[in-house]
Write a protein that binds this ligand. Structure first.
Ligand SMILES: [Zn+2]
Length: 713
């Protein structure tokens, strides 16, 4: 972010509370606090000398997603909708039981990056596990985390409620900051005993923080509360509990909520899908904030919340995406778009207010969601052409993808900035540092095999310089690849949460990192001898040049393989060993191994690549043929490994390594089957990491058994 006072002038500025300013201007100070906003011809003269940046398109406050369940993010695409709430919930819980901790944690991290990429700065996140708290804090996402309580066992639930604070402290440790608040929250009217609902709400009120409840969400809830019948009892049975002495109120949800003193300004009602006009009037009179989740309702129930009734009652609803278990994305603007398509009479200013000012109001954050002197909502710039005065820019940019939004000012109130560790994590993730595990062991294998040849002495300095070469070369290649592909990555749902499209690292910073690493690589290669120094230039050309290849040839996989094969080749030369068949065979093994698994990996992007005109084996030949080409590559890998062993006259341990690595490759192919994409990440990372590591360890053992040492010069 820019740390100086500046003025942004744009064709249109949305204030976040119902009004759009044509040819508007915003003054923000060095802390990104809004100082002045209005029509450009009035604002700019009031601030003489302040630089004006002209941004064509629309500027709005950053977005607020008032209802999510980030902990369910790993369930994207794994649930079935369209059959009502309980069939969905049952399927969701069954799918959830299959997930590992690692999958959940990775999905939450990805979800937080997705929120950031969509321009969202505050959320209302309902959580049982509190898994997303630190990830949100690191991404400087504010709002409220609702710690959810539900269950039919009165004694167990009241005990848990009393222990809730300890549970929180045990999971989260020190709460990260005041920008993200914590509140206990009841799940729903039908899933918790009324006395416990009251106790949860009382606990939140005592802390002075808003709580939230799923309210009037589906027909099953209404039937149960009115008559004690319907699918709720069956669902309780599925959960392995009994309704016990749950008192049936014989009332519709909203009137029942009123008897529990829930309908007030400090309890957020979520969904209201089955509420009627009279009930909305009562909600409006009590100033109860409400959140609608249209795409989730459409997914689960094939119906929309009664938006027109709510608006007619004078309610200003917020919008939420709900979880990825019932939605395709966490982009809250897509909720407004879904409403726009089905309620064409609702003005676009109201739709935009729902995802900005009204969302901030629901979360009790008057400092967010609106542009007014003193707010620090974060600014989004929607780049585009607004030429005709009669066009509605708000309606036009409802259709914008996250990639079209650019953050031009940060939101405030984040008590803690990003820590050094978080920044470091962004950078190591940018260059996929962990992938070094693929290249490093084969370079080490080459070093160990070179010990059998006439060569230079193996000193600690030489080892250090080789490792440094490898790390800088890889970092340069990856950073450059992410830099060059940043626009492609922004369009692909699988990669749009990468650091540059997500805004965690700027494109310029990635390019600088590339340049610095190139210089360091050439310098450290030169320190290994003039041959290494001279060869480092063409090596860099291949490493960086690879990034372009998928734009014009499906042979890109082999270029990547060649790039990684340079690691053992380079190590061999750095050891001063003469080029010969053994090392060429090892390089061929790495080339075919990498090309083979890169083909499998790119199966995930087959459709995307085709649509974007990018070249890959799956995009060119289809899934089945791609899998077969990958298999042929890996057969060649095994033959090349065998040749290396034969040329260097290796013994049992080496060939045992070949055998084990071969078994892992076979396992990798059984995982992927004929295109089973779900397994590709696991296949890719875990198995390939073991292949290279095992191969190195057994080669080292074999050479040690031959020489009696690995460190003698
Ligand atoms: Zn929900």
């Amino acid at each position: 972010m820019q740390a100086h006072v500046r003025i942004y002038q744009s064709d249109a500025v949305f204030l976040g509370q119902g009004s759009l300013v044509r040819d508007g201007a915003i003054v923000v100070d060095e802390h990104d606090t809004v100082r002045d906003v209005g029509v450009a011809s009035e604002v700019i003269p009031r601030h003489g000398g302040v630089p004006v940046e002209r941004l064509p398109g629309l500027i709005t406050p950053a977005l607020v997603n008032a209802h999510t369940h980030l902990e369910l993010s790993a369930l994207r695409g794994k649930t079935r909708g369209g059959h009502g709430f309980f069939p969905w919930a049952q399927g969701m819980l069954e799918a959830r039981a299959q997930l590992s901790d690692e999958e959940n944690t990775a999905a939450v991290e990805g979800a937080v990056r997705e929120l950031t990429a969509s321009g969202t700065v505050a959320i209302g996140d309902v959580s049982n596990s509190l898994r997303a708290v630190h990830a949100c804090a690191r991404a400087r996402i504010g709002g409220i985390v609702f710690h959810e309580v539900f269950g039919y066992d009165f004694v167990r639930c009241s005990q848990r409620l009393q222990q809730l604070h300890h549970e929180r402290d045990e999971i989260v440790g020190a709460w990260p900051n005041g920008d993200l608040r914590y509140a206990p929250a009841p799940h729903a009217l039908y899933s918790l005993h009324p006395e416990l609902i009251k106790a949860v709400v009382r606990a939140a009120r005592n802390q002075g923080v808003r709580t939230s409840i799923h309210l009037s969400e589906h027909a099953g809830e209404q039937e149960f509360l009115e008559n004690g019948t319907g699918p709720v009892a069956q669902f309780a049975e599925f959960l392995g509990t009994e309704l016990g002495d749950f008192p049936i109120p014989n009332q519709r949800p909203v009137p029942y909520a009123r008897t529990l003193d829930l309908v007030g300004s400090d309890v957020i009602g979520v969904h209201l899908t089955t509420a009627n006009r009279q009930e909305f009037d009562a909600i409006a009179a009590a100033h109860m904030p409400i959140v609608l989740c249209p795409r989730s309702n459409l997914f689960i129930e094939l119906r929309l919340p009664p938006l027109l009734d709510a608006l007619a009652a004078g309610i200003r609803p917020a919008l939420g995406t709900d979880s990825l278990a019932s939605n395709h994305s966490l982009d809250v603007l897509a909720e407004a778009r879904a409403l726009a398509e089905r309620f064409p009479s609702v003005p676009s200013t109201a739709l935009w207010s729902m995802v900005t000012a009204w969302g901030a109001d629901a979360l009790d954050r008057p400092d967010l969601g609106r542009l007014a002197a003193g707010t620090r909502p974060g600014l989004l710039w929607f780049q585009g052409d607004i030429t005709t005065a009669e066009s509605d820019p708000l309606r036009t940019f409802l259709k914008s993808s996250p990639a079209q939004r650019k953050k031009i000012a940060a939101k405030g109130v984040a008590v803690m900035g990003p820590t050094l560790m978080a920044t470091l994590r962004d950078y190591t993730s940018l260059v996929a540092f962990s992938h070094t595990i693929f290249a490093l062991p084969f370079a080490a294998t080459a070093v160990v095999l070179s010990l059998l040849q006439p060569r230079l002495p193996l000193t600690m300095g030489r080892v250090g310089a080789m490792v440094f070469c490898l790390v800088t070369a890889r970092t340069a290649a990856m950073a450059f690849n992410r830099y060059l592909d940043r626009e492609i990555d922004a369009k692909n749902p699988r990669t749009q949460t990468r650091e540059i499209p997500a805004g965690a690292i700027s494109a310029a910073a990635a390019l600088t990192l590339t340049r610095v690493c190139c210089v360091l690589f050439v310098a450290s290669a030169a320190s290994l001898g003039w041959v290494s120094g001279l060869l480092s230039i063409p090596v860099l050309a291949i490493l960086l040049g690879y990034s372009w290849t998928k734009r014009f040839t499906w042979a890109a996989h082999w270029v990547l393989g060649a790039a990684l094969a340079l690691a053992p080749g380079g190590a061999w030369i750095a050891m001063g060993a003469a080029p010969q068949a053994a090392i060429i065979a090892l390089m061929l093994a790495v080339l075919t191994w990498v090309a083979g698994f890169d083909i499998l990996y790119s199966l995930q992007d087959e459709d995307f690549d085709r649509n974007e005109g990018l070249r890959s084996v799956p995009a060119r030949f289809g899934t089945l043929k791609a899998v077969w080409i990958s298999r042929v590559m890996h057969v060649m890998t095994v033959l090349a490994w065998l040749s290396t062993g034969w040329f260097t006259q290796r013994h049992g341990a080496y060939f045992l390594g070949v055998g084990l690595a071969t078994a892992l490759l076979v396992y990798e192919h059984t995982l992927v089957g004929n295109g089973n994409l779900h397994q590709i990440n696991r296949a890719f990372f875990t198995v390939n990491g073991y292949v290279s590591l095992l191969f190195f360890l057994l080669t080292a053992l074999d050479v040690y058994l031959s020489l009696g040492t690995l460190i003698a010069s």
